[in-house]
Each structure stands twice: as C-alpha cells, then as structure tokens.
Write a protein that binds this ligand. Structure first.
Ligand SMILES: NC(=O)c1ccc[n+]([C@@H]2O[C@H](COP(=O)([O-])OP(=O)(O)OC[C@H]3O[C@@H](n4cnc5c(N)ncnc54)[C@H](OP(=O)(O)O)[C@@H]3O)[C@@H](O)[C@H]2O)c1
Length: 266
C-alpha cells in the first residue's frame, strides 16, 4: 500500500497518476509518495537520466511507470502529449510540478524580457492549459484531482524575482477560478504554495531559507492536502500568515521591505 493509502485508508487512492517535473526534487518525491502495487505512474521531465532514476525508485515500490521526456516551452506539443497519454491511461490524479525558479541575474537591476517570457510559459501558461485539459477529461469520466504547484513567493511582489512571483501568482488565481468551475463536475483542483524546499533548485537560490522543508516532507504534506480536497494549501503555515501581513502593509513600507529581501548580489 502507498504512503497515501495508509494515511487515507477510507478513501480509494488514485490509480493512474501524471507527475510533471518528476526528474526534479519535489516531483520525484510526490511520485514516491503514491508509488505502490496497483498504481500506474506517468512521469514527465526533461533530463532523461534523472527521470529514469525517479522511475526506477517508483518501480521498486511496486508501481508500473511510463516516462516521457519533453520541454514544456512547446505548449502545443505538451498538450498533444497530454491528450495521447490521457487517452491511454485515463488519469484520475495529476500533479503539475514542473517549473523554473530563476531570479534576476546578479548585477541586473531589472529582470530580462527573456526570463519573463520563459517563466510565463513554463510556470504559468502551460500548466494552466494542462490543468484545464485534464479537468475536461476527468469531468467526462466523473471525477479526479488536479494539483498545481505554486509557491509562497507568489504571494509577494518580489522585485528580484518578478517573473517567478507573478507566474506563481497567476497560477494561484487560475487554480482558484478553475476550482470553482470544476467542483460541481466532481474534479478537485488544489494549489499548493510551499515555502522553501530542500531540492537542488531550492539550494541554488541565494540567501537564507527559513523553515526549509525536506522534499519528502513537502511531498507528503502536499499529497495529504490534495487527497483531503484542500483548495489553496500554504506550507509551512507561517507563510500563510506572511500573506496576510503583506496585504495589510502600507504600499511604501511594503516596497522598502521587499527591496530589502534581494539576495546578496541580486
Ligand atoms: N525548491 C523550492 O524551494 C520551491 C519552493 C516553492 C515552490 N517550488 C516549486 O516546486 C516545483 C518543483 O521544484 P523543485 O524544487 O523540485 O525544482 P527542480 O528539482 O529543479 O525540479 C524542477 C522540475 O521542473 C522541470 N522543468 C523545468 N523546466 C522545464 C521545461 N521547460 N520543460 C519540462 N520540464 C521542466 C525539471 O525538469 P529537468 O530537471 O529534467 O529539466 C524538473 O523536473 C517548481 O514548480 C517550483 O517552482 C519549489
């Protein structure tokens, strides 16, 4: 039985699960949370060696695993691949985890236009489009769960990570709207907004990382929230408090504080 099956013994666990970003730290951990005999996983990523390593770990836990290596920068190709995989596997759960955490390059005062384009595509447009496509198919089959990975950074107008923060904020609003539309159709849409996670990408971000979560712990929390049908899940909880405080601050004070958060050299 998977870890999630032990946590929710009364709820029939998902059996056919898509995970994008499965070659990365959080995506591979989410795949392992669900891996068990009787559970089929479809793992997407770009780096074939890390993707295969993640697949092997899940097979060792008893899952049947398919992998697909593709670049989400090509949105039409991603949607074609999703339609083909879904026709084959009929997903009852999907974690859209893939994303980039790039911030303003050292020495730059303003983020590059290219970064805004790239993050808009990979962090927002493509996962949003994939979520809509999945909800359509799941609704026709009578239900399912879609989980989008946002970020606590999406709650704040970070001047050194404008594209990252905005792409995750956009994803959060998209998820909220999709959730309202999808609920009567039997499909739950969860937006998980974690703080700092100890993954290679997380470690590459300079500066302090308070309340850092291990990837396995973050994955367990996100999977539990998704299985419980939570809509907007912020973890660890102090980041939810920061979201409220941010909204209460006067504009000038907020701008000064956010400018002061820029990482060294950033
Ligand atoms: N780590 C943190 O502190 C943190 C905090 C909050 C939210 N998050 C979010 O959590 C998610 C996973 O992050 P992580 O820490 O696990 O990072 P990671 O280890 O770098 O994993 C990122 C994943 O996204 C995939 N990806 C990136 N660009 C892609 C593209 N153009 N096409 C296809 N796949 C692409 C990567 O594939 P390849 O490696 O194969 O290229 C990898 O599988 C991201 O959405 C991130 O924004 C992370």
């Amino acid at each position: 039985m998977s870890k999630i099956g032990r946590t929710f013994p009364g709820i029939s666990g998902p059996k056919r699960i898509l995970v994008t970003g499965a070659s990365g730290g959080l995506g591979s951990a989410l795949a392992r949370v669900h891996a068990a005999p009787g559970v089929s996983l479809c793992l997407w990523g770009r780096d074939r060696a890390r993707l295969d390593a993640a697949a092997d770990q899940c097979r060792a836990l008893g899952s049947a695993v398919e992998v697909r290596s593709l670049d989400l920068a090509d949105g039409e190709a991603a949607l074609d691949a999703l339609r083909a995989e879904d026709a084959d596997m009929r997903f009852d759960m999907a974690y859209l985890v893939a994303g980039r955490g790039d911030t303003r390059a050292p020495g730059q005062r303003i983020e590059s236009a290219g970064l805004a384009l790239r993050l808009g595509q990979v962090n927002f447009s493509v996962p949003a489009a994939m979520a809509s496509e999945l909800v359509q198919h799941m609704a026709e089959r009578g239900g399912g769960r879609v989980v989008l990975i946002g970020s606590a950074a999406g709650q704040h107008a970070l001047p050194f990570a404008a594209a990252y923060a905005a792409s995750k904020a956009g994803l959060a609003r998209y998820a909220q709207a999709l959730r309202i539309a999808a609920a009567p159709l039997g499909v739950s849409v969860t937006l998980a907004a974690p703080g700092f996670i100890d993954t290679p990408a997380g470690r590459a971000v300079p500066g302090p990382k308070p309340l850092l979560l291990g990837a396995d712990e973050a994955a367990r929390r996100i999977a539990r929230a998704a299985m419980a049908g939570k809509g907007h899940f912020v973890t660890p909880w102090p980041f939810a408090a920061l979201r409220v405080i941010d909204r209460m601050l006067p504009t000038g004070l907020r701008a000064r504080l956010l400018r002061g958060l820029a990482p060294p050299g950033g």
